[in-house]
Design a protein around this ligand. Structure first.
Ligand SMILES: [Zn+2]
Length: 712
């Protein structure tokens, strides 16, 4: 197993990797790293300033020559990281949290954090994370996954800070009062069992506030102000204390680059304080705050948000729900844009594709080409009870099914196959009423999430035991993730994590299936698909992960769908699929008769040991086929090239018309054919050369065996 460990995961216990290796390993996890100073052997900050200097966070602060904007410059870019650590191989490592989709609960025992935590946990339950570090000074960092766009309060109580739009230091950074290290068994870099940050505890999740929208446009890393920006700044400044001197100066510095517009906003805000003095204000602006600085108006927004600013209500939401002519716009994935289920019509093009099902957000991962549509569409339709009434996988609760697909035609054909198969006992109308097929479009995950509002109205009332009704939400299938979610990089864990957060939030109680391609080419090795890294970034945040793979080398080897990560025990760990094909006469696009093959797969649970047995059966069958071919070829050869001795047929090279097999196998085949009577050995009265016999085909025996084989 260890040989399969990804190279970037270091055995930090038994090797001595360089700090750079750590930084690269974090980046590979999708964690955004930045260089911080760390301390020297004497515990002094390596930046050269005394540790005790006011405001100096010894060892922990960013190296501003390398990252002028601090943690906002953090990156996962390998080359940038290599350059930074080439400049300073001993630099400590900071992780920019929100960028990495993380939130840290910082427990500081020196400020009463342990007691605060004990109280909270007694009331709200343990806030555990699988991924936890010991910090310098004996505290703890518990890491959780968090939506980077949400905001969280800065603290939960005394000595108990929440860090999200900021950074933390991680191993092997050294601080003046000790180093940062991962707890035993909770390290994300462990070679054997890399720890993953746990989901946010309920208490923290409940405090999340939606993202605050403000306009921030940057050119070359420099914020550019627009009219909307000034409007937003006015709104934000209402939440910033105008009485504090340092804040007054800082806000002035931020606004200075915007000339008189900036001065006007600064003055409007400052004049709300009793300390406001118009002439001092002008003087300060003209003389004292012209020094170059790195803070931008972003920091005003940040301050305002921390003080409870919820964004500028004057802002027009980017997804304005009207078209220029004033009509309500129809969402691109609206049911209004759905097409027929496919049961009632036939298309003549032939493809192969896929989908699947369960509750919560499930990811079905499989290599491109494994045949996911034929496998998963029929399974998904079973949730709408469009399946045989005694079908093993038929769920008790009936739901409608929405399939958003990159190939409508393929889905329709699979559904048609299921319909025309007949065993579902369902009419075209039943399919049309319970299934919607929608053409996928690549959209921002935020936009995709908005359609949940409409979908949640399309429920099915299921009668409960007490006579009341349960309105079941539809199953939504996203086929594939790549066709629906517009992401810059589908393999970027942080970006996929954000998309997942939107889906989880909007479709909180829906059953969802996201079909995802794995990066690997179609192989037969099960293990290729079962490692989370080999699968896809989508599987990381899913509530259920299922992998589809081909169980064997051959194109037609059985497909297996395996539950690789589920939240609760499943009745079956693995399913296999029986392929159903049928042929019908239809007209092609030109109106001519054409035979069309339809196929779909019917999933069924695999019995224990069945996979091994199936493999052995296939192997045996294949060997049997090869053996039969050798025997048939020898009979043919004896027919065509009659009257030769046994050794002639056994030794004749393929190039001269001989049978393609090893001489040993040919010898055994001839023996077998002589034994069953297909061949006869005729002795010569007088040897010809070295031969004293020849072989002959007994056609009657061959025909009789042939008839027996086919049961005629
Ligand atoms: Zn320093």
């Amino acid at each position: 197993m260890t040989s399969k460990t990804p190279k970037h995961v270091w055995a930090v216990d038994n090797k001595a990797p360089a700090t750079l290796d750590y930084a690269l390993a974090y980046a590979k996890l999708g964690w955004y790293v930045l260089p911080v100073w760390s301390v020297d052997d004497h515990g002094q900050c390596r930046c050269g300033r005394p540790n005790t200097e006011k405001g100096h966070k010894a060892g922990k602060h960013p190296q501003s020559e390398l990252v002028p904007h601090g943690h906002q410059d953090a990156t996962i870019d390998e080359q940038v990281i290599r350059d930074w650590w080439a400049t300073d191989p001993d630099a400590g490592i900071g992780i920019s949290l929100a960028d990495s989709g993380l939130l840290a609960l910082d427990i500081d025992p020196q400020n009463g954090g342990v007691d605060s935590l004990a109280q909270l946990e007694a009331e709200h339950g343990v806030m555990h994370s699988d991924c936890t570090a010991v910090t310098q000074g004996g505290g703890e960092h518990r890491l959780f996954t968090a939506d980077d766009e949400m905001t969280y309060p800065g603290t939960l109580g005394k000595g108990l800070d929440l860090k999200h739009h900021g950074y933390i230091c991680v191993a092997p950074t050294l601080g003046p009062s000790g180093d940062y290290k991962w707890q035993q068994g909770r390290s994300p870099l462990s070679q054997t069992r890399p720890a993953k940050p746990s989901p946010l505890p309920q208490l923290i999740a409940s405090k999340a506030r939606p993202p605050v929208n403000y306009s921030l446009t940057e050119r070359g890393g420099v914020p550019v102000a627009t009219a909307q920006t000034f409007d937003d700044l006015r709104s934000a400044l209402k939440h910033v204390d105008a009485d504090d001197y340092t804040t007054w100066v800082n806000v002035g510095m931020v606004l200075k680059p915007y000339g008189e517009n900036g001065y006007k906003i600064w003055t409007e805000w400052a004049s709300t304080s009793d300390k406001f003095d118009a002439s001092a204000q002008r003087r300060k602006w003209e003389r004292d705050i012209s020094t170059p600085h790195s803070i931008t108006y972003r920091s005003i927004f940040r301050m305002a948000i921390d003080n409870g600013w919820a964004g500028n209500s004057n802002q027009v939401p980017p997804q304005a729900a009207t078209t220029p002519d004033g009509k309500p716009e129809v969402h691109p994935l609206s049911l209004k844009n759905s097409v027929a289920s496919g049961a009632g019509e036939v298309n003549v093009f032939e493809y192969v594709y896929e989908d699947f099902m369960s509750t919560g957000v499930n990811v079905v991962a499989g290599a491109p080409g494994v045949g996911k549509t034929t496998l998963i569409v029929p399974m998904a339709l079973a949730t709408a009870h469009l399946c045989p009434h005694d079908y093993t996988l038929k769920p008790a609760v009936r739901r409608n099914v929405i399939i958003i697909t990159e190939s409508v035609v393929q889905v329709q054909r699979v559904i048609y196959s299921l319909y025309s198969w007949g065993y579902t006992g369902m009419q075209t109308r039943d399919f049309d009423e319970r299934v919607r097929v929608i053409n996928a479009q690549r959209l921002d995950p935020k936009i995709v999430a908005q359609v949940a509002e409409e979908y949640k109205e399309w429920t099915v009332d299921n009668e409960k035991a007490d006579g009341t009704y349960h309105a079941a939400l539809p199953l939504v299938v996203f086929d594939t993730a790549n066709a629906v979610f517009d992401l810059e990089n589908e393999n970027d864990n942080a970006e996929v994590g954000r998309a997942m957060a939107y889906i989880k939030q909007a479709f909180a109680t829906f059953p969802i299936i996201i079909v995802s391609h794995t990066a690997k080419a179609l192989g037969s090795s099960e293990s290729d698909f079962l490692s989370p890294r080999g699968a896809s970034a989508w599987t990381g945040d899913a509530q259920g992960v299922y992998t589809v793979f081909k169980d064997g080398e051959h194109q037609d080897a059985p497909r297996v769908l395996k539950a690789t990560k589920v939240r609760f025990p499943t009745a079956f760990a693995e399913l296999t699929f029986d392929l159903v094909s049928n042929k019908e006469q239809h007209k092609d696009v030109l109106g001519y008769d054409k035979e069309i093959w339809f196929s779909h797969s019917v999933a069924r649970p695999l019995k224990p040991g069945e996979r091994t047995q199936m493999k052995e059966d296939r192997k045996e069958q294949k060997e049997q086929e090869q053996w039969s071919k050798i025997c048939d070829d020898i009979i043919d050869l004896v027919r065509k090239d009659a009257g030769k001795s046994r050794s002639y047929y056994e030794r004749l090279p393929v190039a001269q018309g001989g049978v393609k097999a090893s001489q040993e196998r040919k010898e055994r085949a001839v023996t077998s054919l002589l034994n069953d009577g297909s061949l006869e050995r005729i002795e010569l009265e007088k040897p010809q050369g070295r031969a004293n016999h020849y072989l002959r085909v007994n056609e009657e025996v061959v025909a009789a065996i042939e008839r027996g084989k086919f049961g005629i």
